[in-house]
Design a binder for this molecule. Structure first.
Ligand code: FES
Length: 262
């Protein structure tokens, strides 16, 4: 078995013998820098919003950051798992799952290893650290991704229900601007989930002969096509979750009106 020193020696030998960090002349830094900015803003906003104990529900909309809402102190209880003794923000009960799911996502792993840990910052660009400090330490934890995926499928059921409710008003079925905000949220989240590598494995794995499982094969081909765009879906869904939360908060604070389209 290789020791850490053996591994470092082999990896450092594999590096090209050039004294510059890179020979690239294109703006390779633009992508990791923009991803770092985007992830940073999403993280700061979600943390702030998650710590708020009110303003995340405006009939019939509940912020996806708080759904399902499981405690008695929820502004809108999905189902009551915890009684009045729980006085913290209900975000704590559900927010950990999407955070861990995205943290272990193959796309985000690439994104934050490049943008935040610079390990390496881009193709053919040397990392600033003297030795590789990437996936070796966290790899076992990151392999839990498939289990977070299964739990997220349950979470998606609640988000789909919230979207259905976003079209139900006291006077019946209508389409408001908020309904469309929720529709975009569930579509981007669904594309993100369906294009997940673990989804592809759940659908196409466990079978040796696709010829004996035609439905499985067709489904696997479908999600494989989506999988090619997993990165854009990851970004779009992460962008739209805070947008949906902001929309609900502005409605709850009476800053905006939910315009009826039909
Ligand atoms: Fe990105 Fe599964 S690989 S969500």
């Amino acid at each position: 078995m290789l020791t850490a020193d053996d591994r470092a020696r082999i990896q450092s030998k594999a590096r090209a013998a050039i004294d510059k960090a890179t020979l690239r002349t294109d703006p390779w830094w633009a992508y990791p820098l923009s991803i770092l900015g985007f992830l940073g803003i999403a993280l700061v906003y979600s943390t702030w919003a998650g710590l708020q104990t009110s303003g995340y529900f405006a009939e019939p909309y509940i912020s996806p950051l708080f759904s399902p809402c499981l405690a008695a102190n929820c502004e809108h209880v999905t189902f009551r798992l915890l009684g009045p003794w729980f006085t913290l923000t209900p975000f704590l009960l559900v927010g950990w799952l999407p955070i861990l799911f995205r943290m272990t996502c193959y796309y985000y792993r690439k994104a934050y290893y490049r943008a935040a840990l610079m390990s390496p910052p881009a193709c053919a660009v040397n990392e600033p650290a003297p030795r590789y400090n990437g996936e070796t330490k966290l790899l076992i934890f990151q392999n839990l991704h498939r289990y977070f995926f299964y739990l997220m499928v349950v979470n998606m059921g609640f988000l789909a229900w919230d979207t259905f409710k976003a079209f139900q008003f006291e006077d019946g079925f209508h389409v408001n601007v908020g309904s469309l905000v929720f529709l975009v949220m569930i579509v981007t989240m669904s594309l993100y989930m369906l294009s997940c590598h673990s989804c592809r494995h759940a659908i196409g794995g466990h079978t040796n002969l696709f010829s004996k499982a035609p439905l499985r094969y067709r489904s696997w081909k479908f999600v494989s096509k989506l999988n090619k765009n997993h990165g854009p879906f990851a970004i779009a869904s992460l962008f739209w979750i805070p947008i949906t939360d902001i929309y609900v908060r502005l409605l709850a604070a009476d800053v905006i009106t939910d315009i009826r389209l039909f």
